[in-house]
Design a protein. Structure first.
Length: 118
């Protein structure tokens, strides 16, 4: 997932394998991992590209990295979340404060757009 998030564009299995040199994954392991991520709805195929005489599927994540990270910490209290954000804001310098506000505004806009789609 990290590789797909960092690349920010559709990737074929062979590209993911090439980009994963730090992980030392075997091709069969990556193939299985891709199928698991598809089954969980974490990634999806968005097209194909021709590679020599064959075609390779292109994959993209269906969840943002920040959304995934937040989902790993099941905090369901608005008060707790507000306290965390307030604590981060209080410790940040002016540039970080602006960035935090911009990121929060993006999250709110994305949530509003999703509500309209549903």
């Amino acid at each position: 997932m990290k590789i797909l998030w960092d690349k920010k564009c559709p990737m074929a299995k062979y590209e993911i394998l090439e980009a994963s040199i730090n992980y030392k994954w075997k091709e069969n392991y990556l193939k299985k991992m891709i199928h698991i991520l598809i089954d969980k709805g974490a990634i999806k195929a968005v097209g194909k590209i021709q590679v020599v005489k064959n075609y390779a599927r292109l994959y993209v994540p269906t969840i943002l990295e920040d959304e995934y990270n937040i989902s790993q910490y099941p905090i369901h209290s608005v008060t707790v979340v507000a306290g965390l954000v307030g604590g981060i804001y209080a410790e940040a310098d002016e540039g970080e404060k602006e960035k935090l506000i911009m990121e929060l505004e993006k999250i709110v806009e994305n949530l509003k757009e999703r509500e309209k789609e549903d």
